[in-house]
Design a protein around this ligand. Structure first.
Ligand code: 5GP
Length: 193
């Protein structure tokens, strides 16, 4: 998605530890007009598919998922992060290691919001090692729902999450794939190679 790649190039900052900072438009300050274009593009990518719910993870995925949901005309469910396992039995849980914080969270969704008849699209801001998307897809599996695919705004193609998810047969669409990034030489996107 050219608009997104241009914005990453002009406003993204490459940080230490393979972190791309996009907090001026995506996950701290939010450019809502850009998110609308992202929502439209995600809808275009999955236009032929029936989707009954969008599933994401707090907190950065929520804004993106909500604007995308305006085009999919479906509700958004976000998995909550919890430090301790909820054993109440009315939730689905999965263990997810955070790429940015290097901590492990149990992610939790109430059983009443993921139903066996649901057709789920997972949406997230970044794909790095794939832990977040794999955790979310495990919640979908536990619910007996159908995973239609996953839509990611920025995939870091030099990390192995995208490969792992595609190998599992998950229909993954990333709107921008960063092939390499360096604080001095900048960002190269996959389509530019
Ligand atoms: P994964 O689970 O695929 O390893 O990492 C994806 C999650 O980590 C996303 O939900 C995102 O919040 C965070 N993340 C991974 N890489 C980056 C990055 O380069 N920049 C930012 N801002 N978040 C990232």
């Amino acid at each position: 998605m050219k608009l997104l790649m241009d914005r990453i190039r002009t406003s993204g900052q490459v940080e230490k530890g393979n972190i791309l900072k996009v907090d001026s438009f995506l996950n701290h300050q939010i450019d809502v007009a850009l998110l609308e274009e992202i929502g439209k593009e995600l809808k275009r990518q999955f236009s032929d598919r029936e989707i009954t719910k969008i599933l994401t993870i707090e907190s950065s995925g929520i804004a993106i998922a909500c604007i995308a949901a305006r085009y999919f005309h479906c509700p958004v469910v976000f998995a909550k992060k919890s430090k301790s396992l909820n054993i109440a039995g009315d939730v689905y849980t999965a263990r997810v290691e955070s790429f940015t914080h290097k901590t492990t969270n149990d992610i939790v969704v109430s059983r009443k919001f993921l139903l066996p008849e649901d057709k789920i699209l997972i949406i997230d801001d970044f794909l790095a090692n794939g832990k977040a998307i794999l955790g979310l897809s495990d919640l979908v599996r536990q619910a007996g729902a159908t995973l239609v695919g996953a839509g990611v705004v920025i995939e870091k193609g030099f990390q192995d999450g995208g490969k792992r998810i595609r190998e599992l047969g998950i229909d993954l669409h990333s709107l921008a794939i960063v092939e390499s990034m360096d604080p001095d030489t900048g960002i190269v996107f996959r389509s530019e190679n």
